[in-house]
Design a protein around this ligand. Structure first.
Ligand SMILES: *[C@@H]1O[C@H](CO)[C@@H](O)[C@H](O)[C@H]1NC(C)=O
Length: 426
């Protein structure tokens, strides 16, 4: 352990003889890092990506003054693993806004991309982490359908991401590997080529999961149950913003089935939740699905951890009231993994807990028990994925989870520990 040079033989002999010294060193090392190697629990201090337990990553949130990194949630609990078999519209699901607009996505060859980003990991990884709704902007581009940001309905090579088929094949792989999961795709649709979307979904192998428009409730009735949807393999719901596509191609017109508040900055004003103009009023009972948008018009990565925390939960309450005590079925956000601790994952646990069993979190729900009869759960759900039926293989490390501030703190902490060790081993 200690290498002994001639000059330091005396010191070394002393050190070697002193198991007490080793004990002291290890005590200090341990007190510098109370937990590590995947043992750190929700909100424990952490210092390296591998410190935190399953479903958690090591992150901080300087935007809300939380500079010390702690174990932060990065995966959703599927409500169906606690209360299975209800109609689809009884559950609340996590949706990524502009799921395709991913930091680090390679630009087109020879083009400098100039646009904004909304997420940080691949769509496959989003799905593995429990995301169940994808918002995708689709355009005619390069004789194909592309995922793109735009100006006035036009995709440019400097705002383009990739052909939509790539992402849809990721969805196909997920549905095929996870035969009881249901995914919703909401298309902001700028595709004008007739049947281009039909071809796209066919080529992606997604027709076999298609939930037919004819079976969608038209007057605000309940949706089929999760059990029936899975049994019939109707596990992909697709909605378009283009009304004509419902008659032409059998793709559901979004606002016939979904109530929705205003997206972007208007949907970000605390205490107010009003419908976007295409949607029926939120308290109308004409549609049985309800989508809550909660993201600013211009996404700022470093601010999103603050946005996705307490104010998100507050706005869920505001929208719930605005809808006449109806819980949003979808919560759409940017940088979904970022928060100051529990983030959108906690929000969804609360939402599902309230609607499914009248408990403060879905983890307290018990199958067959009357409403309000809640199971004891750890004070704050500590390792959310450490139970059966809800563990995913998703990767929770963010591409750029650590701010310079975080690194500085780590450096100081590590220097402190190192100097202690150096001092003690002299
Ligand atoms: C990108 O599009 C512009 C026109 O919008 C064009 O002039 C330019 O050559 C394109 N660049 C590449 C690399 O295709």
């Amino acid at each position: 352990m200690l290498t002994c040079s001639k000059d330091h033989r005396e010191t070394c002999r002393a050190a070697a003889g002193g198991s007490l010294l080793l004990f002291i060193i290890s005590t200090f090392v341990l007190s510098c890092r109370a937990c590590s190697n995947g043992n750190c629990q929700f909100l424990d201090s952490c210092s390296t990506p591998t410190d935190c337990g399953p479903g958690l990553y090591c992150g901080n949130c300087p935007a809300s003054g939380k500079t010390e990194p702690t174990c932060t949630r990065g995966q959703a609990i599927q409500p169906t693993s606690f209360i299975p078999g209800l109609p689809f519209n009884k559950y609340s699901w996590l949706v990524t806004h502009n799921s395709f607009s991913i930091v680090d996505a390679p630009p087109l060859p020879g083009v400098q991309r100039m646009t904004f980003y909304n997420q940080e990991d691949s769509v496959s990884n989003q799905l593995r982490n429990g995301v169940r709704g994808l918002m995708l902007d689709m355009y005619d581009f390069e004789d194909d359908v592309w995922l793109c940001h735009s100006m006035r309905g036009q995709c440019y090579n400097f705002t383009a991401f990739e052909p939509a088929i790539n992402t849809l094949k990721e969805v196909e792989a997920f549905l095929s590997e996870n035969p009881s999961e249901i995914v919703t795709i909401i298309i902001e649709d700028y595709v004008h080529t007739p049947k281009a979307l039909t071809r796209l979904f066919t080529n992606a192998g997604l027709l076999e999961y298609w939930f037919p428009v004819s079976k969608m409730p038209k007057k605000g009735e309940d949706w089929p149950t999760i059990t029936d949807m899975v049994a019939e393999n109707h596990r992909l719901l697709v909605f378009t913003s283009d009304a004509s596509k419902e008659a032409d191609e059998g793709i559901a017109y979004q606002w016939k089935y979904i109530l929705e508040n205003e997206p972007g900055d208007p949907g970000f004003v605390q205490g107010s939740c009003s419908n976007r103009k295409e949607s029926q009023p939120l308290n109308s009972r004409s549609a049985s699905l309800f989508l809550q948008n909660y993201f600013p018009t211009f996404p700022v990565e470093s601010e999103s951890c603050k946005e996705n925390s307490a104010t998100l939960i507050g706005m869920v309450g505001t929208c719930y009231k605005a809808a006449g005590n109806v819980m949003p079925n979808f919560v759409a956000i940017n940088f979904y993994m970022r928060s100051d601790g529990g983030g959108v994952f906690d929000a969804l646990d609360r939402m599902n807990g309230l609607t499914l069993c009248g408990c403060s979190t879905v983890t307290a729900c018990q199958v067959g028990a009357p409403k309000g009869s809640c199971k004891e759960t750890a004070a704050t759900n500590r390792t959310p994925t450490a139970r059966t039926g809800s563990s995913f293989s998703g990767y929770v490390q963010l591409s750029s989870s650590t701010s310079p501030n975080h690194f500085l703190n780590l450096l100081i902490l590590n220097l402190f520990c190192l100097s202690l060790m150096a001092f003690l081993s002299l």
